[in-house]
Design a protein around this ligand. Structure first.
Ligand code: GLY
Ligand code: MN
Ligand code: MN
Length: 444
């Protein structure tokens, strides 16, 4: 199984601590267990920031980083070993495991945090935390600070600066290391295989969930614990609903099906969309829209390279799509004016992509100092133009209505341009039709 090596977590902690102000402390909680209903929990997913700095997979844990501390810079609070609980719920690292397997300099039971943490904070000037994102943890933090304040008359020194950790940490997360790209390639490879399987299985008379089952099969077989986000399997007019999640409608002959799905490997997401005809053959209108979206995507790839800015790829998709919609008679007027007035938004209402990483819509600023961010080697993003013709759009001929097409791939910026991580899924009309025809012949 491909995963982030332990040494990389240590490098990340060191890199973060090198950027923190002297005499400061960073405190991050693990994700809480989410209850699904009554005694049933959601599958546990570690908080991305916590995972990024520790690789520690358990809930009820807190990372404490104290640059320059003589007795160890990295302290982990975590659950104690407990034979009875482990019998029911599975093994725990415990404090020994936190040190031995996860590189902590010191580890304490999470139940002792109220007694120990105020002493670690005391005398440090600055506290870094993800303020505002976890109100319960913010309250705990203030309780610990108040413990120190209450001892001020004894000479205790509470910190006087509280800083959001996000800026430093999220900028680090934006640049993917070689090890991260390797994991993302693996997630992309498995997701590509899942889309191929769904294409091969596609038949009128099945349901959207039938294809979702094919995706899930490949995800799990590839070792992914879960999809990186709720899979979108949208047939016919449902393809015009951008974040469609019901996935329970019938696949009908003559309709397209749009699948936006990707798995997660070691907490790294992949995010692929393909759109294909349920019956394996594009109609003339479906093909025209499909090829326009594909041309827009190709134009976007050409705008992804170091020194190009974030918005150039999006602008390229807007130009290609607007020009194409005019040619097809779906928009009327001058291309430049239609772009300026955003007339294309009736058909293309989202952006061409987003940062991709541990979160599918990953962290990282899109603008710096008011300007679009300039792309640099190691940044990972999606490229996902689409055209959606609303089923009730009275301004276009009936034959176009209800067609929704999105094509989405994942890329990493390289020295000379970008590497497409998800290139393993057929994408041209000819490739898709050939794959689907082959699957039908084999099944017959
Ligand atoms: N799957 C959500 C997105 O493409 O952004
Ligand atoms: Mn996406
Ligand atoms: Mn997507």
């Amino acid at each position: 199984m491909i995963h982030i090596p332990k040494a990389e977590y240590s490098r990340r902690r060191k890199a973060l601590m090198a950027q923190m102000e002297p005499n400061s402390i960073a405190i991050l909680p693990a994700a809480a267990v989410a209850i699904r209903n009554r005694d049933v929990e959601h599958v546990y997913r570690q908080d991305s920031d916590f995972q990024y700095l520790s690789g520690f997979p358990e809930p009820q844990a807190v990372i404490v980083l104290m640059p320059g501390r003589e007795h160890g810079e990295y302290v982990l609070f975590c659950r104690e070993r407990n034979a009875e609980r482990e019998l029911w719920d599975g093994l725990r690292a415990g404090q020994e495991g936190a040190i031995r397997d996860y590189g902590a300099d010191d580890a304490f039971p999470i139940t002792d945090i109220d007694d120990i943490l105020p002493g670690l904070i005391e005398g440090r000037d600055r506290v870094y935390s993800a303020m505002g994102s976890n109100p319960e943890f913010d309250r705990h933090l203030m309780d610990w600070i108040n413990v120190i304040r209450s001892k001020a008359h004894l000479g205790a020194q509470p910190p006087n600066e509280f800083v959001a950790l996000d800026h430093l940490l999220h900028d680090m997360r934006l640049y993917k290391s070689a090890a991260e790209v390797k994991v993302m390639r693996e997630a992309a490879r498995i997701s590509a295989q899942a889309h191929i399987r769904a294409m091969q299985a596609s038949r009128a008379g099945l349901y959207e969930y039938s294809l979702e089952a094919e995706l899930d099969y490949e995800f799990r077989k590839g070792g992914a614990k879960m999809p990186a986000y709720g899979s979108i399997v949208a047939a016919g007019r449902n393809s015009c609903i951008l974040h469609y999640q019901q996935n329970d409608a019938l696949l009908r002959d003559g309709d397209l099906v749009l699948i936006d799905a990707g798995c997660e490997i070691d907490c790294y997401a992949s995010d692929i969309t393909r759109t294909w005809p349920v019956n394996g053959k594009f109609s003339a209108e479906q093909k025209a829209i499909y090829e326009l979206v594909l041309a827009a995507q190709e134009a976007a790839f050409a705008e992804i390279a170091p020194n190009k800015h974030w918005n150039q790829a999006h602008e390229a998709t807007v130009r290609v799509i607007t020009t194409g919609l005019v040619k097809l008679g779906l928009l009327h007027g001058e291309v430049d004016e239609l772009i300026a007035s955003e007339a294309y938004k009736a058909f293309y209402m989202h952006r061409a992509g987003h940062w991709l990483g541990m979160d599918v819509h990953d962290v990282g600023e899109y603008k710096v100092g008011g300007e679009w961010r300039v792309l640099e080697v190691g940044m990972a993003l999606t490229v996902e133009p689409g055209i959606y013709i609303a089923p009730d759009n009275q301004n276009v001929a009936k034959k176009w209505r209800g067609i929704g097409v999105r094509i989405e791939d994942d890329v990493v910026v390289t020295k000379s341009g970008c590497e497409i991580l998800t290139g393993g899924v057929p994408k041209t009309v000819a490739e898709i039709e050939a794959l689907m025809a082959q699957a039908r012949t084999r099944a017959a």
